[in-house]
Design a protein around this ligand. Structure first.
Ligand code: ADP
Length: 696
């Protein structure tokens, strides 16, 4: 809520109260929206204009009825204002909510104190700790609003306000209510606290929200308000709020993409796509088909293996049905048609190829597509690592080829890397970005290189984790450090989940796997750099991870999800270290974090230097939305700024000195450059990067 709006409300309410002709007051929004909450651009800047809390108090205290007419949305400060009114009327299509928690804050204009008094502790806890938006119908059921209307909201509200003139307002001032009684209040809060601690993984705002609601339930209103302010102050200074607000902006920044050619989001017009096709119905292809159909596109799904096609049909229908049930809509089953013949894609506007990750096969598919598709069809590949430009060279129109790198499961995961090759046209990139948006993805445009952005940074991160095992750590120790940091999953549990064989196949193709190199220094050196064969050795034993029932951990049975420490592996590591004469060191969480995260961050700087990502926000969005990086830490590049670039540089220099045969630990020159220019805030990095590029 902008300061001018607050000033306007304060002045008008004052006038209304003193004017004997005014019988009641209706507060409504402009342009069909009551109020979307705080203007996030005002965060961090010194507050100007009248503060929200006394304004809401003044409204609540008036002796003429004040009624909120909620159209569009009443979120955050908007809902807090409405809770200060004596009645609330809402349009059937409007939503309400207190989403502060998602920005690392709590509803600190009385929201955390009034909502539990109005709707009870359990419901308020749920809404405030999740920040969930609530429909008009649900808001009525919960008791947040007094009436829902399908008609003109303001007219209805005016009529309503006139009808309550003269009625006592005693029972309408929420701050004077006691919280509705709950049996065993302590148990309710214990359960809530446990739930948020588990799902928040180190985020403090949800925990603080529970504490604020507890204050509402146990303290008189004025004391509760004081507690609300204290808790808010701790959040403001925590750094987490700043990280979450940065994420909010980063997500918007990535939609304003640009290419090295200078082509940009605002000058490139996407092409309309109504008919899409997916080739290859493995895990990825199925998820992509579901995501496309859920976005309302008609989809032709092609799979050559008859049995796989039958299975896929069933799986896709199942996913569509479950998704539709969750969202309360009809499943889009009719939008997907199936075929074992690639000829079926002839009419598609856009094709996404998701066959095996094999260059020769993909090349063949691209040649076939070029022959089958109508002219102008966009050809996309869901490769996670192969050269998009090489595939483009298989077609007569390389400008129509882009990468669309989805993450498994593709209909659930928010991230999409849109890979532009050197010859991809701006229109092709714009179309893929737009399609991603339509599918509800956070689409990030990235350049073409091995592993693109996400997987390229993952490589040095995983490499450090393997080296740490060699030096004395266990998978449990490494994972615990990373999970305490806030990652959804540690590196070894993740490797078990996605399968060790995937990387093994790639390393074999790269000539890195050498089963004969079992002892001596050469066993741990490849192409002149330190190499850990641990993953290869596990694969030779058939320890492919979860699906095999054993990997870095053991599982009760193949496919089971509960990872247990494995004495076999500990023994194996001991023997391995003995065979290679490796001394065992004590490794603590701090070293795990510094080695793994700084190696990953260092590669992020190289990616910026190479122009593969347009800015640090792009990298951070990729890590937050696709790799389980804790959102309240803003993403790897933001985190580097938080711990201090000079600090990151100093630690990398130290580690590189200790491990001179690990090139990934050698600090990248852009990082040095940024430190030399005084470690500017992340919003200023692009200027330094531009300078570096212009000097190349
Ligand atoms: P994931 O999506 O999990 O990476 P796979 O790589 O196993 O799964 O899936 C690739 C799918 O592509 C397989 O079902 C395979 O049968 C199918 N496929 C392979 N070649 C072709 C082709 N030329 N046309 C259509 N489908 C193909």
């Amino acid at each position: 809520m902008h300061s001018a709006v607050r000033q306007g409300i304060v002045d008008t309410v004052k006038k209304a109260v003193s004017d004997p002709l005014v019988k009641c007051v209706v507060i409504c929004g402009q342009n069909g929206v009551f109020c979307g909450g705080a203007d996030i651009r005002e965060f961090g800047a010194p507050m100007t204009g009248p503060p929200l809390v006394p304004m809401i108090h003044a409204i609540e205290a008036t002796n003429k009825p004040v009624v909120a007419a909620i159209e569009g949305a009443a979120l955050g400060g908007g809902l807090e204002l409405a809770l200060g009114c004596h009645y609330r009327i809402i349009h059937s299509k409007a939503r309400v909510g207190l989403p502060e928690v998602t920005l690392g804050l709590l509803p600190a204009a009385g929201g955390s104190q009034r909502l539990p008094r109005l709707i009870g502790v359990p419901a308020a806890l749920e809404l405030i700790t999740t920040g969930r938006h609530v429909s008009a119908a649900e808001a009525l059921k919960l008791g947040i609003v007094d009436q829902v209307t399908d008609d003109n909201t303001v007219d209805t509200t005016v009529k309503f306000a006139l009808s309550v003139v003269g009625r006592s307002l005693e029972s309408r001032r929420i701050s004077t209510f006691p919280c509705p009684p709950v049996s065993d209040l302590d148990a309710v809060f214990d359960v809530a606290m446990q739930r948020v601690r588990q799902s928040a993984r180190g985020a403090i705002a949800p925990v603080t929200c529970v504490q604020a609601v507890r204050a509402a339930a146990t303290l008189p209103y004025t004391q509760g308000m004081k507690r609300e302010q204290e808790l808010m102050a701790t959040l403001f200074t925590s750094g987490q709020a700043r990280a979450l607000q940065y994420c909010f902006f980063a997500q918007r920044a990535v939609s304003r993409w640009s290419m090295p050619s200078g082509a940009r989001w605002d000058t490139s017009k996407p092409r309309p796509i109504s008919k899409a096709a997916v080739i290859g119905l493995g895990t990825m292809g199925r998820g992509i088909a579901v995501a496309l159909a859920q976005a309302g596109l008609s989809v032709v799904a092609v799979e050559t293996q008859e049995k796989q096609l039958m299975d896929a049909k069933q799986a896709v229908s199942g996913m569509l049905e479950r998704g539709a049930k969750r969202r309360g809509v009809a499943p889009a089953l009719g939008l997907v048609s199936y075929s074992h013949n690639i000829q079926a894609v002839a009419e598609a506007d856009l094709v996404i190829e998701a066959v095996f990750e094999d260059m020769d096969l993909k090349k063949k598919v691209f040649q076939q597509l070029s022959a089958v598709c109508k002219p102008g069809t966009l050809l996309c590949t869901n490769t996670s690592s192969l050269d998009v430009d090489h595939l483009a060279s298989q077609t007569p129109s390389p400008e129509l080829v882009v990468g669309m790198h989805f993450f498994a499961p593709a209909h659930v995961m928010k991230l999409l890397e849109v890979v532009y090759g050197p010859r991809s046209s701006p229109q092709a990139v714009a179309t893929a970005m737009q399609l991603g948006k339509k599918m509800g993805k956070v689409s990030v445009a990235v350049g073409n290189c091995r592993g693109f952005v996400g997987n390229r940074m993952l490589k040095p991160y995983m490499e450090q984790a393997f080296f740490l095992l060699e030096e004395g750590a266990t998978p449990e120790l490494v994972d615990q450090a990373l999970e305490e940091f806030g990652f959804a999953m540690g590196v070894f549990r993740m490797s078990d989940l996605s399968g060790l064989d995937v990387g093994w196949r790639v390393r074999k193709a790269d000539g890195l796997v050498d089963p004969d190199a079992t002892s001596g220094r050469s066993a741990r050196i490849r192409q002149g750099r330190r190499y850990s064969p641990l993953g290869d050795l596990l694969c030779e034993q058939g320890r492919f991870g979860q699906k095999a029932g054993r990997g870095w951990y053991q599982y009760d049975k193949p496919g089971s999800r509960v990872a247990k420490p494995d004495p076999w592996l500990h023994n194996f590591l001991e023997q391995y270290r003995a065979r290679h004469g490796l001394g065992v060191r004590h490794i603590d969480h701090q070293e795990v974090l510094e080695r793994c995260l700084y190696a990953l961050i260092n590669e992020g700087f190289r990616i910026l230097e190479d122009g593969i990502a347009a800015g640090p926000e792009d990298i951070d969005a990729i890590y937050v939305f696709g790799y389980g990086w804790p959102r309240y830490r803003g993403g790897p590049m933001f985190y580097a700024g938080m711990v201090g670039l000079a600090n990151v540089l100093e630690r990398l220099e130290h580690f590189h000195q200790v491990h001179p045969d690990v090139p990934y630990l050698q600090p990248c020159s852009l990082l040095r450059r940024l430190v030399a220019s005084g470690s500017p805030p992340i919003q200023k990095w692009r200027e330094v990067i531009r300078k570096v590029h212009s000097q190349l």
